[in-house]
Design a protein around this ligand. Structure first.
Ligand SMILES: Nc1nc2c(c(=O)[nH]1)N[C@H]1C(S)=C(S)[C@@H](COP(=O)(O)OP(=O)(O)OC[C@H]3O[C@@H](n4cnc5c(=O)[nH]c(N)nc54)[C@H](O)[C@@H]3O)O[C@H]1N2
Ligand SMILES: Nc1nc2c(c(=O)[nH]1)N[C@H]1C(S)=C(S)[C@@H](COP(=O)(O)OP(=O)(O)OC[C@H]3O[C@@H](n4cnc5c(=O)[nH]c(N)nc54)[C@H](O)[C@@H]3O)O[C@H]1N2
Ligand SMILES: [Mo]
Length: 763
């Protein structure tokens, strides 16, 4: 092991030519690389063969749906990598941790830290040696309980990363409320919170409206800012089927993502042998980052103008009259916006937008897909609102074959919100919980992830419990938050593998290792199963059979229950031991709290394809303040939230094909042709010339946000890349020191990771 400093990342290989397409042999090689590096052969293969199939185990990678009729291998390159990463044969034992101080480990990069393998024992931080030392589970629970009882509940935060099961999430949220707060931010606050807030207020549901069946009846798909090839590769199968059926896919994305251009299905022997690929996007528009409100408004403008020319033949006026509000104001505002403004903001020619609008107009049924390219902006809400307005123009929400489909990130991030992980008390049936468990739940709004960071910086937040995740790498202004983090009274990390957030400790700090979803979980009541909700609102049971990484691991429900019991006074209606002994009893309580969605939960658990939770907007019922779906007149055209200035560039922070968020599997971004390194600055050749840069040169980036704070990342290698003018791109999480905490979506507080104001400076 050669631990590397974050500032001196791997530079062993050269940037190479792109491979032709997503999927194909490249994806098989990508899987094999992780398999060789991590896992122990046949047992892992057996687990992979059961992945995402009814009665099997549900992948810990993305949230894409698990179909009722799975492929023989219902996993993708990245799903397989995630499973193999969890089932690694490497172990981060107490002996390994005894060999390194935390000060030393803080000089390692993300990849090398996680490469130590699975955590095996509960550990306590020992400040005198600056090391983690093993402890007994009871000692950890008692210590955490004692510390929490001494703190004001509202000065503590219970964070969740989107992997924990519905059962764990329900217990964790209940624990927070019994203890006395709604401070339940989760990774969703950095991700699709924009969706939860915007879709809830505009169409009455906080989630997408599309089902798998809708893809079989759509005629066109509009794609904004979602990178399917890397981040939800199994979705490519659905898209491939759509394209074969004659569906037209139109993409708006500043980066030319290979996965949205061509796909070789690794499950299709003929395609694999012949290298024949399916073209995914019929049109690819390289909109400027932050230019989507303008692009979507431009599309709407084309339709409105055409509707005027044809005396009302383009829009669905009956739908608009019966189902929506705000149309006249919307139409007036959009028609008044000059085309020149739309062209400037999008960086696209009017003709290109008209070409896309023609596809939209001709299609009977349109599905809108989006990801972080829309949500992670200061005006992310407006992005989503503009998309909803465009779809409403022809009744493309609430009808078979149409709808809006945000592609969620973590495998159960949507489900956690469904069962109570929310800082927004109005989204949780508190009165039901009060009756069910005989207590008075707190009613005050809790903190989002951004607000939690603000509270950590100001000293108001005194303790953080993390159910998974890696906040100190994932959040904006990561170095400042890290510095304040060490002044917390208590930090508790429930995790599978070591990461940066475990290396910065509060006055008292505990590191608690848990079972992964792919590992067998045996409790007093026998082997247990858990459940998750996918991106299309289907609930699936997940049964694991792989032997746990260590005999000392506890399951997440057992850890949450252990801490809760040590913290809370006894309550006859809250039986933690019974829940842990038999997770079926947790599901019974979930069904009591949410009878509409979860009735007969245990009976329906292994329904092939999952059981559908239902979605009012999907059925054309609008649970909004006025009972209608809302048009939103564009208030701004630019989503960045900051003014343009000479030399100020829009930085996009990207995921590679070889990472899952802050987990860096390796250094091969195969689909973008970037190999062996992550310390890169992608920029187009015209901008390189303007800035006097040569390929391979080293530069720095300096933050240039309105708040004027100093932010800098040095030593990035210039890589020429096909991007629009005025923007640059590089990798998350390495560039998070440049993202201002203060720059976030104005409604949902989702950080603006996709249009960060920066300047290029000498290295
Ligand atoms: N392998 C793998 N899978 C993952 C993850 C992972 O890290 N690795 N992460 C998971 C998680 S938590 C999430 S949230 C999802 C994220 O999945 P995505 O939503 O796909 O997120 P990103 O890759 O961050 O960015 C998406 C795309 O937005 C484009 N983009 C950037 N700015 C703009 C813009 O202003 N406008 C438009 N139209 N496009 C823009 C980028 O070029 C990129 O192609 O993936 C999940 N799945
Ligand atoms: N600049 C920039 N920043 C971003 C983004 C971006 O696009 N750009 N994207 C944002 C998004 S969309 C998200 S979702 C966040 C992600 O933020 P997080 O969800 O906080 O981070 P992850 O990297 O997914 O967390 C990885 C860690 O989770 C732990 N883990 C893995 N599996 C399990 C498990 O089964 N149980 C438990 N208890 N722990 C487990 C491991 O220890 C691992 O190190 O980052 C955000 N930050
Ligand atoms: Mo995410």
């Amino acid at each position: 092991m050669a631990p590397a400093n974050d500032d001196a990342p791997h530079t062993d290989e050269k940037t190479v030519e792109y491979e032709g397409s997503a999927g194909g042999w490249g994806s098989v090689r990508g899987m094999a690389a992780v398999l060789l590096q991590e896992a122990d052969g046949p047992a892992v293969t057996r687990t992979l063969m059961r992945q995402n199939k009814a009665g099997g185990f549900m992948c810990v990678s993305c949230a894409w749906t698990k179909p009722a009729h799975p492929h023989p291998f219902e996993f993708c390159e990245n799903g397989a990598k995630a499973t193999m990463w969890e089932l690694t044969s490497r172990r981060c034992t107490p002996e390994v941790l005894a060999g390194h101080t935390l000060a030393e480990l803080r000089t390692w990069n993300d990849h090398d830290l996680e490469q130590l393998g699975r955590l095996t024992h509960p550990m306590r931080y020992d400040p005198s040696s600056d090391r983690y030392v093993p402890c007994a589970w009871e000692e950890a629970f008692a210590g955490i309980g004692r510390a929490l009882r001494a703190l004001e509940p509202k000065s503590t935060v219970f964070y969740t990363s989107g992997r924990a099961s519905l059962e764990t999430a329900y217990l964790y949220a209940l624990f927070a409320r019994l203890y006395g707060h709604n401070n339940l931010p989760d990774s969703s606050n950095m991700c699709h919170e924009t969706t939860s807030v915007a879709l809830k207020s505009l169409i009455g549901v906080p989630v997408g409206t599309v089902t798998l069946d809708d893809f079989e009846h759509c005629d066109a798909i509009f794609f904004f800012g979602q990178n399917t090839g890397s981040n939800s590769p199994r979705f490519l199968h659905t898209l491939e089927d759509c394209v074969r059926r004659g569906v037209t896919i139109v993409t708006f994305n500043p980066v030319r993502e290979k996965g949205l251009e061509k796909f070789i299905n690794p499950q299709n022997p003929l395609e694999m042998l012949t290298g024949s690929s399916t073209r995914i996007s019929a049109q690819y528009h390289q909109v400027r980052p932050g230019g989507d409100i303008a692009a979507l408004t431009g599309l709407a403008k084309c339709l409105l103008e055409e509707d005027d020319r044809t005396a009302g033949k383009v829009l669905d006026h009956d739908f608009i009259a019966a189902n929506t509000s705000g149309f006249p104001e919307f139409a007036r505002a959009v028609k008044a916006i000059p085309w020149e403004e739309i062209e400037t903001e999008t960086g696209l020619a009017r003709a290109a937008i008209e070409e896309a609008a023609a596809v939209y107009r001709k299609a009977r049924n349109v599905i809108g897909i989006y990801g972080m390219g829309l949500t992670q902006h200061a005006r992310g809400f407006d992005n989503v609102a503009a998309f909803v307005s465009l779809l409403l123009l022809r009744g493309n929400i609430g009808r078979k074959g149409a709808g809006i489909s945000p592609v969620r990130g973590h495998s159960n991030v949507q489900g956690q919100r469904t069962v109570g992980i929310s800082e927004k008390p109005e989204l949780v049936p508190l009165d039901v919980l009060a009756r069910q468990f005989g207590f008075e739940p707190p009613r005050e709004k809790g903190v989002t992830t951004v607000e939690a960071c603000e509270g950590i910086l100001s000293g108001e937040i005194r303790a953080v419990l993390s159910l998974g995740g890696n906040l100190l790498r994932a959040v904006p202004d990561a170095p400042a938050v890290e510095e304040a983090w060490s002044r917390l009274a208590l930090t508790v990390q429930i995790a599978t593998r070591l990461n940066r957030s475990h290396l910065v400790c509060g006055e008292e700090a505990w590191l608690l290792p848990c079972l992964g979803r792919s590992e067998e979980d045996i409790q007093a009541g026998g082997p247990q199963v858990v459940s998750i909700e996918d991106s299309l609102s289907n609930i699936h049971g997940s049964r694991a059979t792989h032997a746990p990484a260590s005999d000392h691991l506890l399951s997440e429900p057992a850890i949450v229950a252990g801490i809760a019991k040590a913290t809370l006074p006894p309550n006859p209606k809250v039986d933690w031991d019974r829940w842990v002994a038999d997770y079926g009893t947790i599901r019974e309580d979930i069904a009591r709290t949410y009878p509409d969605e979860f009735h007969d939960f245990n009976d329906r658990l292994f329904t092939p394809g999952g059981f559908y939770r239902g979605n009012a907007a999907h059925d054309g019922v609008w649970k909004t303040d006025d009972g209608k779906a809302h048009f939103t007149p564009p208030a701004v055209l630019c989503a960045t939230g900051w003014p343009a200035a000479e030399g100020r560039m829009r930085l996009i922070t990207l995921r590679s094909n070889d990472q899952f968020n802050t987990t860096i599997y390796g250094f091969s971004d195969r689909l973008r042709g970037i190999e062996g390194r992550r310390d890169v600055l992608l920029i187009n050749p015209a901008e390189m010339a303007r800035h006097g840069l040569a390929a391979g040169q080293r530069v720095g980036l300096r933050g240039d946000a309105p708040d004027g704070a100093h932010r800098e990342v040095g030593h990035l290698e210039v890589v020429p890349f096909d991007l629009p003018d005025g923007c640059v791109a590089g990798y998350y999480p390495e560039l998070n020191p440049l993202v201002p905490l203060s720059l976030h979506d104005w409604k949902s507080k989702t950080p603006a990771y996709k249009s960060v104001p920066v300047r290029i400076v000498p290295a």
